[in-house]
Ligand binder design. Sequence first.
Ligand code: ADP
Ligand code: ZN
Ligand code: ZN
Length: 741
Amino acid sequence: MTMQFADIIVDISHEKLDKIFQYRIPPELLESVTVGRQVWIPFGKGNRRMTGYVVGIRSQADYPIEKMKNIAGVVAGAVSVESRLIALAWWMKERYGATMNQTLKTVIPVKRQVKQQEKKNVRFLGSKEELTKLLEEARRRHYTAREKLLAAFLEHSELSYDRLQKEQKLTPSVLKPLLAAGKIEVITQTKYRNPLTVRPEVLGKSCELNAAQAAIVEDFTQRWQRGDLRPSLLYGITGSGKTEVYMECMERVLREGKQVIVLIPEIALTYQNMLRFYQRFGNTISILNSRLSAGERYDQMERAKKGEIQIMIGPRSALFTPFPNLGLIVMDEEHEAAYKSETAPRYHARETAVQWALLNHAALLLGSATPSLTAYTRALQGQYHLYRLTERARPESKLARVQVVDLRKELQEGNKSVFSRTLYQLMEEKLQKGEQIILFMNRRGYSNFISCRSCGEAIKCPHCDVSLTYHRNQTLHCHYCGFQMPLPKICPHCASPYLAGFGSGTQKIEETTRKWFPQARVLRMDLDTTTGKHGHEDILAAFHRGEADILIGTQMIVKGHDFPRVTLMGILAADISLYAPDYRSAETTFALLTQAAGRAGRADVAGDVVIQSYQPEHYSIQAAAKQDYEGFYEREMSYRRLLHYPPSCTLLTLLMTCEKEELLTSCSDFVEQWMWGRGERGLQIVGPTEASIYKINDIYRKILYLKHENYAILLQIKEELEAAAAAYLTAGVQFQFDFQG
Ligand code: ADP
Ligand code: ZN
Ligand code: ZN
């Protein structure tokens, strides 16, 4: 029998995760020592008996065997949540080709003290009219500092004292007269506050489930009780009542004394959405979001472990909540790209949730109006159980009328505005009736790039091979290297004067809207307007209360909001996201458009949706207009199969980067030769080629794609390649691997 060795950490407080000790596994313990197991070990000079966790098992020792001690025994009793988390970290390391250290740091919360830091906000107490008056007065008297402060209140009624100090050099002497006059107040609060507290009398169900919803809940619960833990996918059109189904399933699981994790993409963690959960479950909920400090996060994780809360809601990382008795994981908007981590370990929350549910004997419920191709394929193959909701939950709510407008034709016929004639007419109509409008710009990632409306080319950075970003002062900037140039008057490619095209973003649209509809009240929401802690919520709440007629924004406004008075959704340039250099761009576009179209007509009045596009014939746009998920799925899957992209196979992307171009080239040549020389049946090799952004900040980038039906084979190749290319890695080339399947 071969000798086995265990890597052990003695304390899983974060600082000591790197400290790994190796022990021999005595033959009689070989069966019972597994990754994650808590074991007894002799430790230190005096061989004090301590407990530690096994984080790895190997057949070769890193230290002289004769100096190594034996594991003394396995700690008896139930497997703790720490053990399960370590087992999960092990699975992530294996699955995503990361190091155990990286995955442990991901799943085990950072131990930090919560600093009870005080935070001060300044709030304006008067009306808008008063504010305008005070502002004029400050201007007249040249009180510049006061003017700046008051001007800031025009945007938000509550401002952070810290930020004012930083950004405006605000001093107490500026506040004093306003405080004395009772126009403002300074509020002190500890930094963490439970985002919502709900009065007990409003707690409870908001509605009875309809037959379709109830049938799903019954089946789901029965399967859960039978121990059928196959993951479930709930595919339900927008507004079909998925959230109500989640909540009822949660209720059943909570009743059995088990806990629930609800994953929601950060962008949809909105007040409105959370309020529904609070009204149903009260303060048994905790919410994780990116605004929490590391200490606050740790605190919430500890509360979960101690049983002080029963439900954790949050983005991707909320998955690692150490509930002692997890019963259910709900993953809303399962198709969202944000569920994939873009730093090592590059895990996907869906796959990881499947594993975490398995380790906890918990159920997993995925939901979406536009399921990812991956999830839907698994459902069709029977790996997931498929539930459908095909009708709107509220019978009076109607699906919107959708029209697709060809922007090329608009331009040909002399309309240079960002609004097509159809959209313009509908806007006029809705404004007259006093109904609300959303204008949606689905740019992703890059903001405000300038493209030519005649030839379609974007203006790029000469050093980085990325589109330049437009800034208000008529200059173009590169976000990768800092290059700047003035905005050209004509297109560098075709000399057309129609430049500040659709890529120019929400600001431009706001200007145009105000020009064409001077009587309308307009709100804009994008990263510029939402940097304040509550900026986002303030704007949405104001729009919800009917304080504006038109809301202009990016995808932030289509996630998780319900605006009953919106009867027109204008999608200004539907195809922008089609140009992303990604095999999933059609899928992303379809999902965005379908979700956006689902926002209009949730109310009793049937809504209108106008999709403006330069490629109106594209199937993702056509299918979204018809809300035809199955049609889109069939078409897109046939491309994926043809071109061998996930989910028809696994894709391994290798990004090689290096400052020295020659070294990178020779490394990439080596990799290419090695790959072909190794040979593997069924392996497809694409590249290596220059990455779509070849140079960023003087670092060169090459990319290699490997496709195979068998995930395990790609993992194996990855390990072998790293070993074979070790000399290049030492010389300064860096490898980043990413699995998609
Ligand atoms: P989804 O999550 O699928 O978009 P929601 O759960 O948000 O759908 O439901 C859409 C709207 O319909 C919400 O306003 C919700 O309160 C309402 N609703 C859901 N289920 C029912 C029901 N059974 N009866 C009446 N209204 C419902
Ligand atoms: Zn051009
Ligand atoms: Zn650049």
